[in-house]
Ligand binder design. Structure first.
Ligand code: ATP
Ligand code: MG
Ligand code: MG
Ligand code: MG
Length: 467
């Protein structure tokens, strides 16, 4: 089954259960200025869950384009390192707005996985929230999942990928327990079952998350049962496609293989398993859809996230020896792979190509010199573990290397950046700019320094997590 058929089967299944098929919304959330990107299927329904917005339906299903490259959800640093994380992916979901609840949500999910997609039941594991006996009993008694494969998960704050089976929209408002479904990709892959110390591996992969919105949390943190509880679920299309296509990694599915081959063609890389090709294939999807949704590369906010992802892709091309603009050429291949599901992509393809090309040309002017400086700094002494902040700042300020790009290169070599040094260098530069501009105001000295744009770094959300 190819990705398009898997997507369609999901939507058809839930349509047959009385759900209205709702189109994917933009990556730029229309209803929430505090959210950088649409990062899941429920985003366009937020106000429906709280009751602020009313729709003519109480059941919906969608395949939502989602981006996790900034803000609360950021998987940029996982791309190229795990088999299951992308920046851009599609989230298949079914939603109940005060209509059905736990029992139906669980039965629907099981029916789809085992009867429509025909997954072998012995490969499936489920987790429930530690205190959610109701969900536990439905899985164990009604569905008949053996208790050895049902794991209770509590609050697990702070773990990098690890499960935390309690979901909340914000500090106050709708919240509730989750139940996640995992697929066991086989004993030859490292990683332990959910809830175990080595669950971060890629053996047991989470495919579907069912969220039961059961409570309303008030200002004092007290949970009040919602009169009409709701359901929000999300399943990664690429992850279920990997399972159904009998491959382990998301990057081996039909859709990604097309893009990886295209990236190999444009970079003249012969090794289709090269990690940089995966990163480039991931990034072309993110970048093209960001431009499609009206974002252009810039110095702050969403535009800076886009710029950073484009530059990371270019740097991976550079690493493969491609020093000419190549990234924008992949838009054509992306249209072939995804244009049918997203007709706008094909319509906008010339504009998207032009925007990416311009950014490539811009970075193309400085990357080579920047890479030379970085290379020299990284090899200045044997066994060096940290790149000095001065150099990282110079690359940022003069050569257009976002800090996370430099950090990514350092990480490949087991090195890190002296961030305090970077911040100090930035502060010094700011002081100088301030002093120069106050001289200028007095009219005594004409400031002729280069214009320095700090906005990008200042407004970069949660810089710590980006690193
Ligand atoms: P993980 O623990 O693997 O990082 P998650 O718990 O953060 O996933 P959810 O927020 O529960 O993910 O999202 C619902 C579903 O979306 C997941 O079960 C998974 O199938 C898919 N998904 C989440 N993040 C990604 C990603 N970065 N790339 C591809 N699919 C993803
Ligand atoms: Mg995650
Ligand atoms: Mg998870
Ligand atoms: Mg989850």
């Amino acid at each position: 089954m190819n990705s398009a058929e898997i997507r369609q089967k999901f939507l058809d299944f839930f349509a047959s259960k009385g759900h209205t098929v709702v189109a994917s919304s933009s990556l730029v959330p229309g209803n929430d200025p505090t959210l950088l990107f649409t990062n899941s299927g429920m985003v366009q329904f937020k106000d429906v869950f709280t009751g602020k917005d009313k729709r003519p339906y109480t059941r919906a299903t969608s395949s939502q384009r989602s981006l996790r490259a900034g803000g609360k959800h950021n998987d940029l640093e996982n791309v190229g390192y795990t088999a299951r994380h992308h920046t851009f992916f599609e989230m298949l979901g079914n939603f109940s707005f005060g209509d059905y609840f736990k029992r139906d949500a669980i039965h629907y999910a099981w029916e789809l996985l085992t009867q429509v997609y025909r997954l072998p039941t012995e490969k499936l594991w489920v987790t429930v929230y530690a205190e959610d006996d109701e969900a536990y009993d439905i899985w164990a008694r009604e569905v008949g999942v053996p208790v050895e494969r049902i794991v209770r998960i509590g609050d697990n704050k702070g773990a990098r990928y690890a499960s935390d089976n309690f979901w909340q929209m914000a500090d106050t408002g709708p919240c509730g327990p989750c139940s996640e479904i995992f697929y066991d990709h086989g004993a030859e892959i490292p990683g332990g079952p959910p809830g175990s110390p080595d669950e971060d591996g890629d053996r047991y992969i989470e495919i579907w998350n069912l969220v039961f919105m059961q409570f309303n949390r008030d200002e004092a943190g007290v949970l009040h049962p919602l009169p009409k509880p709701s359901v929000d679920t999300g399943m990664g299309l690429e992850r279920i496609a990997a399972v159904l296509q009998h491959v382990h990694s998301n990057y081996e599915i039909d859709l990604f293989q097309q893009l990886i081959k295209a990236a190999a063609r444009e970079t003249h890389c012969r090794d289709l398993a090269n990690n940089s090709l995966k990163v480039i294939a991931d990034h072309i999807r993110a970048c093209a859809f960001m431009v499609l949704d009206g974002i252009i590369p810039g110095a702050d906010g969403r535009g800076y996230v886009l710029r950073r992802i484009i530059r990371r892709a270019i740097r991976h091309g550079y690493k493969l020896g491609q020093k000419q603009p190549f990234f924008h050429k992949l838009v054509d291949d992306l249209c072939k792979a995804m244009g049918e599901a997203y007709p706008d992509l094909a319509e906008q393809h010339a504009r998207i190509t032009a925007v990416l090309r311009q950014e490539e040309e811009r970075f193309g002017e400085t990357i080579e010199h920047g890479m030379e400086i970085l290379e020299a700094a990284l090899t200045v002494e044997p066994g060096l573990k940290t790149l000095d902040g001065e150099t990282a700042f110079k690359l940022y300020d003069t050569h257009g290397f976002p800090l996370d790009l430099t950090a990514d290169i350092c990480r490949e070599r087991g090195m890190s950046i002296d961030e305090a040094g970077f911040n100090a260098a930035m502060e010094r530069q700011r002081e100088m700019a301030r002093a120069a501009s106050s001289f200028k105001m007095k009219g005594s000295v004409e400031y002729d320094g280069k214009s320095t744009d700090f906005k990008g770094y200042e407004s970069l959300e949660e810089e710590a997590t980006v690193l």
